[in-house]
Design a protein around this ligand. Structure first.
Ligand code: NAD
Ligand code: AHE
Ligand code: ZN
Length: 369
């Protein structure tokens, strides 16, 4: 069938919106009509050419919501008409990672996903004779996309696609990092580096968890007001701090953060995030994605003296189990999403969403199909 998609032909170039061919679902797969998709910094990262797994041409996008329009043979858990959120972290419930109970990083289809292919090693997208790669197993910048059943979360039908698409990455990543990965407790002091689409959800999660001091660090002063509305108690603009940022943050948190979160993808900031943690127990969680070849560094003494460095993908969430619950939280008013969606646009204007992100104007842009 024909779909309308934003295609990334080359690293560093703008997306082109064009007609693509989408093959129907094969064994264990479903065809989804995408109704809305968020644009995450990770899409921009891959488009920039810094992602070692970045393949071109590809259809990017991993923060979508839509409706199942066809199911392949042996699909059991989904049917036509189901409202769904595609998952870049699947949940097969059978692989050794899923059954370990220790991680959300299901590995059932990770190898082919990283090669821009469906689990059978082929692509469902083409333009003429040219094959187009999938991206993160989701390719939500297309009006129709194909996913394996294990990478699809079924959600309630009264949830608005143009808001809950954001649960497909940013909301779940930020809140999940606090609740699942850090397990922040009431009274903890938290520092959040980067107050964009992820960091503001970390702030929201920290407030839900009952954190005491919630420091937000960003070079963009425009982030302050919204972050305060989401629960930030102190704003720090590094360019306004005289002297070193780390001792300033240690003072502000009365000895260091119980938890810090890096939500930028900057390896120098990752070091600051670790080093502002409390001696003896402070834990720093890396969420930001850094480019190929970049490395983190600190003095081992920082770890010898009890600080802990961790990372998280998709907020430690098990998608098929947790995403429908997070949709419920939104529908019940327990979490806020609307305020973070600062821009919406039709697919034809998708390149504008990347401009807004790079200019620091948007938190989340959502593309409507
Ligand atoms: P964003 O562009 O919306 O936000 C980034 C924020 O960081 C902006 O507010 C920006 O002003 C701020 N910033 C930039 N440089 C800074 C600096 N030196 N000091 C302080 N603040 C600085 O991006 P996003 O969508 O929130 O994504 C953030 C990061 O998280 C990206 O690297 C993205 O790839 C990654 N990410 C990771 C996961 C995961 O599962 N681990 C999921 C989603 C996104
Ligand atoms: N291909 C990239 C991986 C980037 C990365 O770490 N992705 C996160 C999700 S970011 C969503 O916005 C993730 O889920 N990682 C776990 C995984 O298995 O990819 C690179 O840099 O190599
Ligand atoms: Zn993302």
């Amino acid at each position: 069938m024909k779909a309308r998609a934003a295609v990334a032909h080359k690293a560093g170039e703008k997306l082109t919106v064009e007609d693509v061919q989408v093959e129907g679902p094969r064994e264990g797969e479903v065809l989804i009509e995408i109704k809305a998709t968020g644009v995450c910094h990770t899409d921009a990262y891959t488009l920039s050419g810094k992602d070692p797994e970045g393949l071109f041409p590809a259809i990017l996008g991993h923060e979508g919501a839509g409706v199942v329009v066809d199911v392949g043979p042996s699909v059991k858990s989904l049917k036509k008409g189901d409202h769904v959120i595609p998952l870049y972290t699947p949940e097969c419930r059978q692989c050794s990672y899923c059954t370990s109970g220790k991680t959300n990083l299901c590995q059932a289809i990770r190898a082919t996903q990283g090669r821009g292919l469906m689990p059978d090693g082929t692509s469902r997208f083409s333009i003429g004779k040219e094959r187009i790669h999938h991206y993160m197993g989701t390719s939500t910048f297309s009006s129709f996309t194909v996913l394996p059943e294990i990478a699809v979360a079924k959600i309630r039908e009264d949830a608005p696609f143009d808001k809950v698409c954001y649960i497909g990455c940013g909301v779940t990543t930020g809140i999940g990092a606090v609740i699942n990965t850090a397990q922040v407790r009431p009274g903890d002091n938290v520092v959040v580096f980067g107050l964009g689409g992820i960091g503001l959800n970390v702030i929201q999660g920290a407030r839900m968890a009952g954190a005491d001091i919630i420091v937000g660090v960003d070079i963009n002063p425009k982030r302050r007001e919204l972050a305060e509305r989401f629960g930030m108690t102190h704003f720090v603009n590094p360019s306004e701090v005289a002297g070193d940022l780390v001792p300033y943050l240690v003072d502000l948190t009365r000895g260091g953060a119980d938890f810090s979160f890096e939500c930028i993808g900057n390896v120098k900031v990752m070091r600051q995030a670790l080093e502002c943690c409390h001696k003896g127990w402070g834990t720093s969680i890396i969420i930001g994605v850094a480019g190929a070849g970049e490395e983190i560094a600190t003095r081992p003494f920082q770890l010898v003296t009890g600080r802990v460095w961790k990372g998280t993908a998709f907020g430690g969430a098990r998608g098929r189990t947790d995403v429908p619950k997070i949709v419920d939280w939104y529908m019940e008013g327990k979490i806020k999403i609307d305020e973070l969606i600062t821009h919406t646009m039709p697919l034809d204007d998708i390149n504008h969403s990347f401009d807004l992100m790079h200019e620091g104007e948007s938190i989340r842009s959502v593309v409507l199909f």
